[in-house]
Design a protein around this ligand. Structure first.
Ligand code: HMG
Length: 299
């Protein structure tokens, strides 16, 4: 398998990165983060989510964030929607693309969205119909593809089965999430090999958390498997409210550095990206989770 020559980065910092933050973050700061990221050249940003505010309070202001951002042509501003109610609210906020999320493990599905895997897929059916009618593209996520915080090992066949269902119901792309960041390059390749039996590789994305420091190795392994879309979070922001101890997504700056080293084009400006990440880290009073940003900022 030849490595792809171009890669699309899906920036999930404003959603996956911030959803777990306990301290209040103003709408203005969230808007600024999204605008900084698109100014750095990112063409796809997950801005927020339309989930129950009782479950994830930090995302409660997502409609205001959508109203505040300076939308630019050619950029996809997306949101997470768990059900039809979330989709309808997202549509009112003029969201152009949404993502549904399921899990490859039963326990994580229950903890995250309070229903079984089968029930979650059923819940997406009316959402998919409404999205089709509104001409809104839907991305699909599968969580826990390389391990579950409650159930442990997750079989690649189980991942493939959920991914297949999402793809069959109309998700144009399925993002495979190593939610707790325990995956290794070997496991990643083995899992992708099974999932790609049913879904074309150019319809799959990798979503790696960096808890065990393996995310870049897993991205490289995925590139060798022909995957060319990766989710990442500026400054490595994040964690998962339902996966204790999980760190943030792999830092976008670090992925960019890897890709630049491979001669793979993304159109993202490293300097502007680092500035965007550092600004939000200073606002949050947190250390920057990107090794590349830390190295560059110390020079
Ligand atoms: C799915 C539900 C809603 C089920 O939650 P539930 O309690 O089972 O749902 P319900 O239908 O019984 O509704 C309960 C209440 O929530 C309201 N409600 C219902 N739906 C919505 C909505 N869309 N927006 C706003 N409010 C909503 C509904 O109106 C009702 O309000 P009440 O009558 O009690 O006042 C809930 O479990 C939920 O919102 N979960 C979200 C969890 C979440 O956002 N997790 C983080 C994102 S996933 C992730 O991070 C993983 C990923 C994608 O990054 C990939 C990876 O790394 O693995």
């Amino acid at each position: 398998m030849n490595q792809p020559t171009s890669v699309r980065l899906v920036e999930v910092g404003p959603r996956d990165g911030l959803q777990n933050e306990k301290q209040p973050i103003s709408i203005a700061d969230k808007v600024r983060l999204v605008d900084d990221l698109t100014a750095a050249g990112l063409s796809y940003v997950e801005v927020g989510s339309f989930v129950s505010p009782k479950w994830v309070p930090q995302m409660a202001g997502s409609a205001e964030v959508f109203a505040g951002i300076g939308r630019k042509p050619g950029i996809t501003y997306a949101a997470l929607t768990p059900n039809l109610k979330g989709f309808e609210t997202a549509l009112e906020a003029k969201v152009e693309e949404v993502a549904v999320f399921a899990a490859a493990s039963e326990s994580f599905s229950q903890k995250n969205i309070n229903c079984s895997i089968a029930e979650s897929l059923q819940r997406f059916v009316p959402l998919m119909e409404a999205a089709k009618a509104a001409n809104v593209r839907v991305r699909g996520y599968v969580s826990c593809v390389l391990g579950c915080p409650y159930d442990g090992e997750v079989a690649p066949e189980q991942v493939a089965s959920v991914a297949r269902e999402l793809y069959a119901m109309g998700c144009y792309e399925v993002s495979l999430g190593d939610t707790i960041g325990t995956g290794t390059a070997g496991k990643t390749r083995a899992m992708l090999e099974v999932v790609a039996r049913d879904i074309p590789r150019d319809r799959l994305a990798g979503h790696f958390h960096d808890t065990y420091g393996q995310a870049l190795a897993n991205i490289y392994a995925s590139l060798l498997e022909g995957i060319s879309v990766f989710d990442s979070s500026v400054a490595g922001l994040g964690g998962c409210p339902y996966a204790k101890g999980a760190t943030g997504n792999v830092a976008t700056e670090d992925v960019l550095y890897l890709l630049q080293g491979l001669g793979i084009e993304t159109g993202v400006d490293m300097g502007k990206l680092i500035a965007a990440g550092q600004r939000i880290c200073e606002m949050l009073g947190k250390a920057n989770g990107s090794r590349v940003a830390r190295a560059r900022l110390s020079q």
